[in-house]
Design a protein around this ligand. Structure first.
Ligand code: GRF
Length: 189
């Protein structure tokens, strides 16, 4: 069975959706580690409640990105992690992790890529007056939100509330991410 690590920085609703899909048998994998760069984030408590091991760190305790990523890599190797799923992890991943996990790091993004990359995708889409929104699961590459697309789903919305768009998008994310992970697993098998 594939061994997953989920990286998150905030709420962790996607982390929870992935972990539930694994325990339900909808996803043929196991979450063996949750990695978080914000010690107080709600995802840390979610992992604890679900009995999933976590590696939580503060980037400011390290002298560089490569020093904390080297430590993360050690945690991944120790648990024989096959696949990394970024789920609201608000940091750019460098070569330290990209090289050993090439083709094995995924991310979920709240827009129909390649439109609206970056941290304010929903707000930018609203600013444009977009009528069709969506979410994308893609491979992670060195360039932000630019790796090859694995799965996408769109939805229509007329209004101006970023909160409403986020809520609609997240409902879709929680189904789409586990499905996309399963697709990647099937291809790796
Ligand atoms: C998601 O909406 C995802 O698209 C974005 O960050 C958010 C994470 O939410 N990359 P959560 O922490 O999984 O609830």
């Amino acid at each position: 069975m594939m061994r997953l690590a989920v990286f998150a920085s905030g709420e962790g609703s996607n982390f929870e959706a992935i972990a539930k899909a694994c325990s339900d048998g909808r996803l043929d994998a196991r979450v063996v580690l949750m990695v978080c760069d914000r010690p107080g984030a709600p995802v840390v408590e979610k992992a604890r409640r679900m009995g999933i091991e976590s590696f939580v760190f503060s980037p400011r305790d390290y002298e560089s990105k490569s020093s904390y990523e080297t430590e993360i890599l050690g945690e991944l190797k120790r648990r024989e992690v096959d696949l990394i799923c970024l789920a609201g992890y608000m940091r750019i991943v460098s070569e330290v992790l990209l090289r050993p996990y090439e083709g094995r790091i995924l991310n979920i993004h709240p827009s129909l890529l390649p439109s609206f990359k970056g941290a304010h995708a929903v707000e930018q889409a609203l600013e444009y007056g977009v009528k069709v929104f969506g979410v994308t699961v893609h491979y992670v590459s060195a360039e932000l939100d630019s790796g090859r697309i694995i799965a996408q789903r769109s939805f229509e919305y007329e209004g101006d509330s970023a909160q409403q768009v986020h809520a609609l998008g997240q409902k879709i994310e929680h189904e789409l991410y586990p499905e996309a992970i399963q697709k990647v697993i099937n291809e790796l098998k």
